[in-house]
Write a protein that binds this ligand. Structure first.
Ligand code: MSP
Length: 502
C-alpha cells in the first residue's frame, strides 16, 4: 500500500570542478531520505543532476581549451561515478544540456513571455562577474561580491515584483514551506524590501553558452532561470502529464547559499506558470573545515573519494548524516570523523554484534537461542524496540536525520547496558536458557536497530542482516529466528587506531 508520495531533489551541481564533500552531503541526504521513504512504502522519486550552462562552466571549459559541451561530457562521469561509489540510488539524472530539458525551458520562456511576464528594457547596473548576476548598490557595498563592473545593455526581465505580495502571503500561510524556521524568517525579512524584476537573458555577444531565448536569437537564458526548471522538466512537465501529476510538488534540499534563488526566483516562476509551489525548501548549513568554508581557493576541500577508500562508504555516509544537524553548520575534521566512527560504529554497534555472536558461539553452539519468557528486563528492551520504528519514522518525515540516528543508537546503548547488567556469560554457568533469553533479546534489538539504519548504511546493514539469517526482516519485534546457525565473520567496523604523537 502506498502511504504517500515523496519527490526529493538535490541542487544540480555546476560542472566547473570535481565534486566535493558539500555536493556529496546533499546527495547522500537525499538518498537516505528516499531510502527511508521507500521502506515506509511511499511512492518515491529522487532526482539529481548537473547544471551545465552559464559563465562558470564556459570559463572552466575555456581554461581547459575545450568546448563547453566537451568539458561537461568529460566531467559528468566524475559525478556519476562518485554517486555510484557512494551507493546513491537516484531515479533520474538530469543534465541541463539534454534536449528534453532545453525544449521545456524554451517552451516555458515562450509561455511566460506570451503571458506578459517577460519584457525587454535597457538597463545599466552593477554586475558581479563572479556571481553572474546584476547586484544592487547595497550588495556591492557589502564587499561580498567579486569582479563587480558597470554594465549597460538591453535585456529581458521577468516580472518577479508582480508576485511579491502573493509570495509573502504564501510563506506566512505555510509555516513548514521554507525550513528551518530561521531561514524562513530570513526570506520574509528579504521580502520586506521591494523586489526588483529578474534579468533572465544574457546577450550572446557576452555569453554564448546557454539556451537560446525562443523569441530573440541574440540572447541566451540566464543560467538560474534555466537550471531551476530541471525540477519539473525531469518529471514530465510539458511531456508526461501523468508522471508530473504523480510527483509534483517536490522537496528541494539545498545549501543555505542558494536559498534566495529557490525561495524567490523559483517560486515566482511557478506562480507565473500557474503551478503549485514546492512542498518544502530545506536549506542545510555548510560543512566547515575548522571555522572556514571549504573552498578550492583555501585548499581545504575534503575529497569524498579519499575518505571512502580509507574508511568505507557506509562509515562516510554515517558520519555525514549523524554529525550535521540539518540547518546548522557542521565542522568536518578527520579527528571528529575517527571519534564518531570509533564510538558509535566500532564500540556501540560493532562490539554489540561481536559480543552477542561470540557468546552465542561459545555457550550456545553457535545457534540463536530461544527467546524464552520475557522478564521485566527483557520487556524494557522490547518495548523500547517496539517504540523505536514509529519514533524514527516521525523524525525522518520531519527531516531530522541526525536525531533519528541518535534514537537508534540510544537503543544500541541501552542494549549494551542490558548486557552488562544481565551478564549472560555468567548466567550461562548456572541457567543456560536464561542466558539464551538475554542473548536473543539483545540480538533482536540489534537486528531492529540495523533495519532502521539500512537507509544510512545499506551495505553494512545488509551484511549484518544476512549474518543474522534474516536479510529481509522488518520492524516487528521478534522477527529474529531462534535455531538459526550464525556464521563466523570478520569485524564489521574495525576500530581506527590513531598513532599517538610522541
Ligand atoms: N548549480 C547551482 C545549483 C542550481 S540548483 C537549480 C549551484 N551549484 S554548486 O555546485 O555550486 O553548489 C551546489 C550545492 O553545494 C549548493 O547547495 C551549496 O550550498 C553546496 N555546497 C557547496 N559547498 C558546501 C559546503 N562546504 N558544505 C555544504 N554544502 C556546500 O549552486
Amino acid at each position: 500500500m502506498i502511504k504517500s508520495r515523496f519527490y526529493v531533489t538535490t541542487p544540480i551541481y555546476y560542472v566547473n570542478d570535481a565534486p566535493h564533500i558539500g555536493h556529496a552531503y546533499t546527495t547522500i541526504l537525499a538518498d537516505v531520505l528516499s531510502r527511508f521513504h521507500r521502506a515506509l512504502g511511499d511512492d518515491v522519486f529522487f532526482l539529481t543532476g548537473l547544471d551545465e550552462h552559464g559563465q562558470k562552466v564556459q570559463q572552466a571549459a575555456e581554461k581547459r581549451g575545450l568546448s563547453p559541451q566537451a568539458h561537461c561530457d568529460d566531467l559528468a562521469p566524475r559525478f556519476t561515478d562518485l554517486w555510484k561509489k557512494l551507493g546513491i540510488f537516484n531515479d533520474d539524472f538530469i543534465r541541463t544540456t539534454q534536449e528534453r530539458h532545453k525544449r521545456i525551458v524554451r517552451s516555458i520562456l515562450q509561455k511566460v513571455y506570451d503571458g506578459g511576464d517577460i519584457y525587454q528594457k535597457e538597463y545599466e547596473g552593477l554586475y558581479s562577474v563572479a556571481e553572474e548576476r546584476f547586484i544592487t548598490e547595497k550588495e556591492a557595498e557589502s564587499g561580498q561580491f567579486r569582479e563587480v563592473k558597470t554594465i549597460k545593455e538591453k535585456n529581458y526581465f521577468f516580472k518577479m515584483s508582480k508576485y511579491q505580495d502573493r509570495l509573502i502571503k504564501y510563506i506566512e500561510d505555510n509555516p513548514g514551506f521554507i525550513r528551518p524556521e530561521h531561514r524562513r524568517n530570513e526570506m520574509l525579512g528579504f521580502l520586506r524590501q521591494p523586489l526588483t524584476d529578474l534579468c533572465i537573458s544574457r546577450p550572446k555577444a557576452r555569453l554564448s553558452w546557454g539556451i537560446e531565448i525562443p523569441f530573440d536569437p541574440d540572447y541566451v537564458t540566464y543560467v538560474w532561470f534555466d537550471a531551476l526548471i530541471n525540477y519539473i522538466s525531469a518529471i514530465g512537465y510539458g511531456s508526461d502529464d501523468v508522471k508530473f501529476g504523480r510527483f509534483w510538488p517536490g522537496v528541494h534540499l539545498i545549501g543555505k547559499d542558494i536559498l534566495t534563488t529557490h525561495s524567490i526566483y523559483w517560486t515566482t516562476m511557478l506562480f507565473s506558470l500557474d503551478l503549485p509551489l514546492p512542498e518544502v525548501i530545506f536549506a542545510h548549513g555548510w560543512w566547515l573545515m575548522g571555522e572556514s568554508k571549504m573552498s578550492k581557493s583555501l585548499g581545504n576541500v575534503v575529497r569524498p573519494l579519499d575518505l571512502i577508500e580509507q574508511h568505507g562508504v557506509d562509515a562516510v555516509r554515517y558520519y555525514l548524516m549523524s554529525e550535521m544537524n540539518l540547518g546548522a553548520d557542521a565542522n568536518f575534521t578527520p579527528e571528529n570523523f575517527i571519534k564518531r566512527y570509533n564510538s558509535d560504529l566500532a564500540n556501540d554497534f560493532g562490539n554489540l554484534l561481536n559480543r552477542v555472536s561470540g557468546l552465542i558461539a561459545k555457550n550456545h553452539g553457535g545457534i540463536i537461542p530461544d527467546a524464552g519468557v520475557a522478564t521485566l528486563a527483557e520487556e524494557d528492551v522490547a518495548s523500547a524496540g517496539r517504540a523505536l520504528g514509529p519514533k524514527v519514522e516521525g523524525l525522518i518525515r520531519d527531516y531530522k536525520v541526525d536525531e533519528a540516528i541518535n534514537e537508534v543508537m540510544n537503543l544500541v546503548r541501552q542494549v549494551n547496558k542490558y548486557m552488562e547488567t544481565q551478564a549472560p556469560w555468567k548466567l550461562a554457568k548456572t541457567d543456560l536458557p536464561a542466558a539464551g533469553r538475554v542473548l536473543y533479546t539483545a540480538t533482536e534489538a540489534l537486528r531492529l536497530s540495523a533495519v532502521l539504519l539500512k537507509a544510512v548504511m545499506p551495505e553494512k546493514v545488509a551484511t549484518v542482516l544476512s549474518i543474522l539469517g534474516v536479510p529481509d526482516s522488518g520492524l516487528t519485534w521478534g522477527e529474529l529466528k531462534s535455531g538459526v546457525a550464525l556464521p563466523s565473520f570478520p569485524a564489521l567496523f574495525p576500530r581506527i587506531e590513531v598513532e599517538k604523537k610522541a
